[in-house]
Design a protein around this ligand. Structure first.
Ligand code: 3BY
Ligand code: FES
Ligand code: FE
Length: 414
C-alpha cells in the first residue's frame, strides 16, 4: 500500500495553535522551494550593508537561492543592486564575495558593463548592435538606515515603510551607512531557516547555552513565569531598570519603545532599545565597550542595545559597536548565517579596539546557536517527532512567527 504524502496546504492546516510546526514544514524540499518563493523572493530580505561597499567600484556578490545579486557603489557614490547574469548568454559575471572593479566585465566573451549596469561594449556584435536595451537587470532595494533590503519579486510589499519609519531615526546616530566592518563570519547551520529564526526569537535557551552572552544580554520578556523567588526578584529589578532607562532615553531624544509589525503584515520586524546587563555598555565579556571610538556621532556608551529583528535577520546596535546577522536558506536543512561586527569607520584595530574583545561573545553565541539548530533539525527529521507546545511566557514570539508564516503561505495559494 502506498501512503500519499500530505500536500503543503494539509501541512499548514494541520499546525496546532501554540505548537511548533509539523515536521514536513521544516524538512521537505517542496516546502523549501515554496518558502524561497514566498519569503525570499516576494518579501523584502536583508542581504547586505551599505558599508559592504564603502568606495566607488566596490562590489559585493550575495547569492539567494539560484539568484545571484551584485551590490555595488557606482562612480557617483550611489548604491545599486544588479542581477549577476550577463545579458549575452547569461553567464555569472562575478563570483560571490567582495571585489573592486572599474567596469563589470563578463569573463566569457568580455561584454563590458558600466557600474550603472548599462552595457558599454559588446565585442564583435557588429556596428549596428543596440547596446541600449541590454543593461544588467536591476533589483528593487532600499537602504534602511544602512541595512540593504532587496525584494526579488515584481511587487515589493509596501509595508516596508513602517520599518523605514521606525529605523531611520533610531539608527541615525550610529551612522551604520558609514561604519567599518571589523570582522565577518559565515556559519552554515545544519537546519531549516525557520529553526534558525525560531531559535533567535526566544531566550528560553539562553541561560542553558549562552554563558558569554548572558553577562550582557537581558531579555525583553519581563512578564515571565518564575521558577523561584530569586528569579522573580532579578526579573523585577531588571524591569524597573528597563522602565527607568527607557524613560530617560526617550526624554533625551533616543527612540527606544517597541515598534513591531509581526502579524497581519508582509514585512515582519520588531525593534526595541534593550538594556544591557552588568557594566551596561556592550555585548562583550565584561559588558564594557570594546571600542574607544563610539559608533557614528554617538557620545554615550549607556544607550543600551537597539535590537532589530526581521524575518531573515537580527541586529544589535550598541554605543561602541554593532552586530548584524542575516540568514539565507541554502536547502531545506541548511542555512547560511552571516554575522558582521561593525565599528566606527575611523576605529583602528589594536588602537581603538581589541578584535577578540569585540567579537568573542557573538562568535561563541553563534556557534552555540548553530549547534542547537542542528540538534533541532535532527529531532524534527526523526519519525517520532510530534510538534510540541511553545511556552506562553518565553516563546510567544515563536507562535507569532508561525502564524505569520502560515498566513503568508496561505495568501500565496498554498
Ligand atoms: O539576538 C537575538 O535577538 C536573540 C535574543 C536572545 C537570543 N538571541 C541572542
Ligand atoms: Fe557574457 Fe558572453 S555570456 S559575454
Ligand atoms: Fe541563542
Amino acid at each position: 500500500m502506498q501512503i500519499s504524502k500530505p500536500s503543503i496546504s494539509d501541512l499548514l492546516n494541520s499546525r496546532k495553535p501554540g505548537h511548533s510546526l509539523p515536521a514536513g514544514l521544516y524538512t521537505r524540499d517542496d516546502v523549501f522551494e515554496a518558502d524561497m518563493e514566498v519569503f525570499f523572493k516576494n518579501q523584502w530580505i536583508n542581504i547586505a550593508l551599505d558599508c559592504d561597499v564603502p568606495e566607488p567600484g566596490d562590489t559585493y556578490v550575495v547569492d539567494v537561492g539560484k539568484t545571484s545579486l551584485i551590490v555595488l557603489r557606482d562612480d557617483d557614490n550611489q548604491i545599486r543592486v544588479l542581477h549577476n547574469v550577463c545579458r549575452h548568454r547569461g553567464t555569472r559575471i562575478l563570483d560571490p564575495g567582495q571585489h573592486m572593479v572599474a567596469k563589470l566585465v563578463c569573463p566569457y566573451h568580455q561584454w563590458t558593463y558600466e557600474l550603472s549596469g548599462d552595457l558599454l561594449h559588446a565585442p564583435r556584435m557588429g556596428k549596428d548592435f543596440d547596446t541600449s536595451c541590454r543593461g544588467l537587470k536591476t533589483v528593487n532595494f532600499v537602504s534602511v538606515g544602512g541595512l540593504i533590503y532587496v525584494c526579488l519579486g515584481d511587487n515589493p510589499p509596501a509595508d516596508i515603510t513602517s520599518l523605514i519609519n521606525a529605523m531611520e531615526d533610531r539608527l541615525a546616530p550610529y551612522d551604520i551607512r558609514n561604519a567599518k566592518i571589523a570582522y565577518q563570519m559565515d556559519i552554515i547551520e545544519d537546519g531549516n531557516w525557520k529553526l534558525t529564526m525560531e531559535n533567535n526569537r526566544e531566550c528560553y535557551h539562553c541561560a542553558g547555552s549562552h554563558p558569554e552572552l548572558c553577562v550582557s544580554f537581558i531579555d525583553f520578556r519581563f512578564d515571565t513565569e518564575y521558577e523561584n523567588d530569586e528569579e522573580r526578584e532579578i526579573a523585577l529589578e531588571q524591569q524597573a531598570l528597563y522602565n527607568e532607562r527607557t524613560q530617560e532615553w526617550e526624554k533625551a531624544g533616543y527612540s527606544s519603545n517597541v515598534v513591531a509589525q509581526l502579524e497581519h503584515c508582509n514585512t515582519n520586524f520588531r525593534t526595541q532599545r534593550l538594556i544591557i546587563g552588568g557594566a551596561g555598555e556592550s555585548q562583550t565579556p565584561d559588558a564594557t565597550a570594546a571600542s574607544k571610538k563610539l559608533m557614528g556621532t554617538m557620545t554615550r556608551k549607556d544607550l543600551g542595545d537597539v535590537h532589530l529583528w526581521g524575518h531573515n535577520c537580527w541586529n544589535h546596535f550598541m554605543g561602541d559597536h554593532a552586530v548584524t546577522a542575516t540568514a539565507i536558506p541554502l536547502s531545506s536543512g541548511k542555512t547560511l548565517v552571516r554575522t558582521k561586527w561593525l565599528v566606527n569607520k575611523d576605529a583602528v584595530e589594536g588602537v581603538d579596539y581589541d578584535l577578540d574583545k569585540l567579537t568573542s561573545v557573538w562568535i561563541a553565541t553563534t556557534q552555540q546557536d548553530a549547534d542547537l539548530v542542528a540538534r533541532s533539525q535532527a529531532g524534527v527529521e526523526d519519525p517520532s517527532y510530534i510538534p510540541g507546545p511553545y511556552s506562553d511566557y518565553t516563546e510567544k514570539e515563536l507562535d507569532k512567527f508561525a502564524v505569520w508564516y502560515i498566513d503568508l503561505m496561505k495568501a500565496s495559494g498554498y
